[in-house]
Design a protein around this ligand. Structure first.
Ligand code: ADP
Length: 340
């Protein structure tokens, strides 16, 4: 279904040339759920943007359903792009439009008549489990419901491939599960090929058939998810696998904690030389906020520390935002997973 051959993508920056994707060969099968995992900066977004023709490869070819994307222009490119749809971490909904209008938007653009559009929107609302919410505005929905709108909108034009860009990273663990279940359901019902990029191994384990692990623009490991979990080869894959030793238990505890606690709950994914403690101490010293470690697992090896932590940050909103920016500057992956 999707074939990437010798793909490279270079960006010119003021500091020189950045190789975002470096000689990637991939084949994604029809009807497969394929995961691409890597830490920030690994090249995942650039890769997925080339699948969507939002970026052109500097070298190599992208072939989708037998069509080489770089050879297409104008109408045929637009048609090929309609067969590939995308959902996003922050949903990218139109805030001034209702759920039905958001879902029907691609059909409106494609000039589908109103009556036909309404019928299709009804079908999609049912498919994603949003019955009765067609007239609501995005601001009246929970995160999970917003992503359901995103999924329904992405399916409006009957695509063959759904690209998911960190689609569950802004959701709490229980909602993440329900969205992943919906994706599996859609994959089975519609035979849709799904490609998802994530930095969370539990997402890969839960729904993907095969996975490619990316580091510094390269695919360093690829294979069926069960094989990769059983026998990870690359050092970075071993780290990802260790992060999900007991994800089910962690997720249940975290959603329970989120229900009880106030403040912003933040998930930190560590990989580096430092353990969590110096960082937490630095945050407390630098900002006028309280930080509690709710849950997590940090492992220390000779190469350094890695793991995942859930912390709750209490205090002034501006200070919390500055603290989160500070954590990112320290090179730690951070996701705000809920705000109660
Ligand atoms: P990921 O999605 O895994 O976080 P990206 O694909 O966003 O990784 O980025 C890979 C590398 O390419 C990073 O070093 C990033 O800074 C660089 N990069 C991505 N897009 C651009 C761009 N438009 N211009 C310059 N550098 C870029």
């Amino acid at each position: 279904m999707i074939n990437l051959s010798g793909i490279r993508k270079l960006f010119k920056t003021k500091d020189g040339i950045v190789t975002a994707v470096d000689r990637v060969d991939l084949e994604i099968k029809d009807g497969e759920i394929f995961g691409i995992i890597g830490y920030s900066g690994a090249g995942k977004s650039t890769l997925i943007r080339m699948l969507n023709s939002l970026e052109r490869p500097s070298e190599g070819t992208v072939t989708i359903a037998g069509k080489e994307m770089s050879s297409l222009k104008g109408k045929s490119l637009r048609k090929a792009r309609q067969e590939i749809s995308m959902i996003f971490q922050h949903f990218n909904l139109l805030w001034s439009r209702t759920v039905s209008e958001n879902i029907g938007f691609p059909l409106e653009i494609a000039g589908v008549p109103k009556e036909q559009r309404q019928k299709r929107v009804e079908e999609l609302i049912k498919l994603v489990g949003l019955e009765g919410r067609g007239g609501s505005y995005p601001s009246q929905l929970s995160g999970g419901q917003k992503q359901r709108v995103g999924i329904a909108r992405a399916l409006a034009n009957n695509p063959k491939v759904l690209l998911c860009d960190e689609a569950t990273s802004a959701l709490d663990p229980k909602t993440t599960d329900s969205i992943l279940e919906l994706l599996v359901d859609i994959n089975k019902k519609l035979g849709l090929t799904i490609v998802l990029i994530t930095h969370e191994m539990h997402v890969i384990r839960k729904i993907c058939h095969r996975v490619a692990v990316m580091e510094a623009g390269k695919v360093v490991e690829m294979g069926p998810v069960l094989d990769v979990f059983k026998k990870p080869q690359a050092g970075i894959t071993k780290q990802f696998v260790k992060q999900v030793t007991d994800p089910e238990e962690t997720k249940d505890t975290i959603s329970h904690i989120i229900e009880e606690e106030s403040g912003k709950v933040v998930q930190l994914s560590f990989i580096g030389e430092e353990t969590e403690k110096p960082l937490i101490t630095k945050i407390i010293r630098k900002f006028d906020i309280e930080v509690n470690i709710l849950q997590g697992k940090i492992s220390q090896t000779q190469e350094g520390a890695y793991g995942t932590l859930f912390i709750q940050i209490d205090g002034d909103v501006v200070e919390i935002d500055r603290a989160i920016a500070f954590i990112r500057e320290e090179g730690v992956q951070v996701e705000v997973i809920d705000h109660v």
